[in-house]
Design a protein around this ligand. Structure first.
Ligand SMILES: C[S@@+](CC[C@H](N)C(=O)[O-])C[C@H]1O[C@@H](n2cnc3c(N)ncnc32)[C@H](O)[C@@H]1O
Length: 284
């Protein structure tokens, strides 16, 4: 073993130690996330604070509450938008019309971030005559309580998310759903009435109930294979047989679940639950 290998091992031990500290003391489940993703985020904070070693950075975290908060913000990726990937929402509109024919429609926006995904579903339901919005119920969940507070308020600032106007373009009459007051864009009560929010951890918890459509997008890109399988297990028991699941446009269904979810629109990542049993992975 050369000197370089010894240094790399020591570095890797210090990184593991740092991740264990973040998991136990900062309550961020590092063990569910992709290691290189975590390293990129932590290293960016270290550069910012001019710290070169993981153990020195851990000491800094222990000493400074502000750095602990800054790191948690850097680790959580809450990027979202209204009607993210508009083509997907065209596909979902058709699905909702079909589901609405059969009666009540229960939708779960899982890992909903600040709620814009859940509100997009509500706006679709309100804007299409084929959909009886009085029978649509939408639940938005996320692991982060602070982001859920934003979701419940349903108010977004153009200065913080500068392309809000563009995000709302898929709507024919966005004024009906969003009130503008200077910089603030507030989702109207009619839209908010269709949606409720609660905290839920997709890795550790059972689904809240069963749904006709589960939307779980742009979370798998950050997490490791083990957590991905645990989440698919949660999603598998959340979609009713014959119901639908949609995931992010750059994400894939793990091979262990391919019998369970057949593609309805492969490009848009919209799948139907076939009811086939999925091999069980132990929930952590
Ligand atoms: C990039 S956002 C995706 C938001 C939205 N689904 C979209 O596609 O625009 C990922 C969200 O997943 C949430 N998240 C991360 N781990 C989670 C978990 N174990 N359970 C539930 N939500 C989680 C994060 O807090 C974040 O809000």
């Amino acid at each position: 073993m050369g000197l370089g290998d010894v240094e790399r091992d020591a570095d890797s031990d210090a990184f593991d130690d740092l991740l264990a500290y973040i998991e136990s003391s900062l309550s961020f489940a590092t063990s569910s996330y992709n290691r290189s993703y975590l390293d990129r985020r932590v290293s960016a904070r270290m550069r910012r604070r001019h710290v070169e070693e993981y153990d020195a950075y851990q000491r800094l975290l222990r000493e400074e509450a502000d750095e602990r908060e800054a790191l948690l913000n850097a680790l959580s990726v809450n990027v979202t938008s209204f009607f993210r990937n508009p083509d997907v929402w065209d596909g979902l509109r058709e699905l909702l019309a079909e589901l609405s024919d059969a009666g009540r429609v229960r939708i779960w926006s899982a890992a909903c971030s600040d709620g814009r995904e859940a509100y997009s579903a509500a706006m679709l339901a309100l804007g299409d005559d084929r959909i009886d919005h009085r029978r649509v119920e939408i639940l938005g969940t996320d692991i982060k309580p602070e982001i859920l507070r934003v979701a419940r308020r349903g108010e977004y600032r153009a200065s913080e998310t500068n392309d809000l106007e563009e995000q709302l373009e898929p709507l024919a009459h966005s004024d009906r759903y969003v009130e503008r007051d200077g910089d603030a864009y507030r989702v109207t009560d009619e839209v908010r009435d269709l949606v409720s929010f609660r905290r839920h951890d997709l890795v550790q918890e059972e689904p809240p109930q069963t749904f006709d459509l589960v939307i779980c997008r742009n979370l798998f890109i950050y997490i490791n294979t083990e957590a991905k399988e645990a989440i698919f297990e949660t999603l598998g028991s959340a979609v009713r047989p014959g119901g639908y699941l949609t995931i992010g446009m750059t994400e894939t269904v793990p091979s262990s679940c391919r019998d369970r979810f057949e593609a309805v629109e492969k490009r848009l990542r919209i799948y139907r639950d076939t009811g086939a049993k999925q091999p069980s992975t132990a929930r952590r």
